[in-house]
Write a protein that binds this ligand. Sequence first.
Ligand code: ADP
Length: 578
Amino acid sequence: MLNNQRFFWKIFGGYLLIIIILTLLLLTITLRVVENHYVNSLSRSLEKLNISVVPQIIPLIVNSNDEDLDNFIKETGRKLDTRLTVIGADGKVLADSENDPAEMENHGYRGEIKEALSGSRGQYIRFSKTMQRKMLYIASAIEYQGDNIAVMRSSLYLADIDTLLRELRSKIFRISAFVIGLALIGALVYSRSLVRPINMITEASRNIAAGNFKTRVLLKGSKDFESLANAFNRMSEQLNHSFTELEIQRDELRTIIASIQGGLLVLDAKGKVLLYNDGMTSIATEAIEKGKYYWEVFRDTTFLAIIEKTQKDKNGMTQELESGSNTFLCNVNYLKANSETVCVLYDITEIKNLQKVKKDFVINVSHELRTPLTAMKGFIETLEEELPQEHKHYLGIIEKHTNRLINIVNDLLVLSEAEDRPALVIEDIQLRDFRENIMRIFEPQAIEKGLVFSWSNPDNITKIRGDVFKLEQVLINLIDNAFKYTETGTVTIAVKRDRLHNIIEVSDTGIGIPVDQQSRIFERFYTVDKSRSRRLGGTGLGLSISKHIVHLHNGEIDIESLPGKGTKFIIRLPINLS
Ligand code: ADP
């Protein structure tokens, strides 16, 4: 309301100021014009008077008949009720209707006399020392035979003009006051009519700001205000519509979020809870509330660390989370646009349990199979010596399959161990010893198959970091495959280094792997050619084990291969492994 008052006073005050300034201006100009007009018409009358008197006094001046001249001037001045003065060309007063010219000072220096003698009309308003009053002087030169012999000056008291002007001024003031009064009333009414709709719109805006979108403004009268009110009403209608739609969408979103099986949590840039659903309560220590900081609600150190890291790196991450007897997959993402963090929690306890059951089963079966298989192998070897030659062929087949079974059982146990994320013994591996071990294992195979087997590494790479036994296992798997699937050419191991990684490449010139199968060969039991793999004693687990071991080292394993040309496996291990 205070603002509206101020607005009213701004408009009304503006009008007030303009009216007062205009009236004062008008008043001043009018008075000035009237005064000028009055003085001018008086001047003209005095000039005419001068002209009519001059012919009668020329002879008196020429004959230096000063006494007659003075008498004539006094007589005429009295008749015309005007002060008349005759001044000689030398400035000496020759006659004056009011005073004794002999007592009057020289008038030669007075402006009107100087102007009249120089040929123009001398007009002056001045305070007369002689008369002790403000007077209007009009002086005209008296010409005789081409010379200005004297000046005829008539003058009037301006007291009359002042009285007249005073009267005029008071009349104009009264009229002005009346006009101002009227204008003020008009301005008051107009200002009120301007402020009233603005008040209404302000009030309506306040209502809308308070959430009352049904508010409407009704303004009649001025076309401008009517269209403003219409625009306002359209705006509030639109707002109402958008808000209703927003509410519906928000309800829908709420329902969707509530019905999500997993947990959902959205944090603002400061880490305060913006949005959450019930699924999130499973890892919360305190009741989740909008506006609370996430660390006030969650105490799980892994969860807190994931959020902190995501906010710091401004990059999403996924990690498993143990909470009580449950396991969760926690996916946290950072929304760069508004610096928000979105956490999604999936309960994977059942999947984990199933995996564990499966793994336990595999380990148990493998262990159970190991003893009878070892016994069978022993008996086969014993039988081999005692059996007649014609049956040895069948025994050979039994031995081959037994060996394959033993390999599978062993590989399954290794894979289960690798999947259990065992602790690695990370150390500096001396490349020379490492290389010698590997070369010793495969040299006989290289000679037997007639393949060139070589190892190259630059002199400056003398060691790499990793678990020596596990990496040896990886290389044995890869090189064993290279020999298995290469008939002619070379099997090469190359050690390299980039800024962040030690790189080991195992290349061969063998049969290669079709591009569409390359992404699958790291899967368990996956083989490109089943019968060939089986024939060569493969289990389909070697690459799976290798991948797990490389991942345990936080490394990566990639493949480049062309069918018929050869295959290259590239292992990248972080240099600063700890
Ligand atoms: P396997 O015991 O059968 O060799 P792996 O897991 O070690 O099992 O390899 C999976 C499959 O990948 C193999 O069966 C084979 O088809 C293919 N493979 C692996 N290494 C090579 C290689 N160097 N050259 C061609 N194929 C290969």
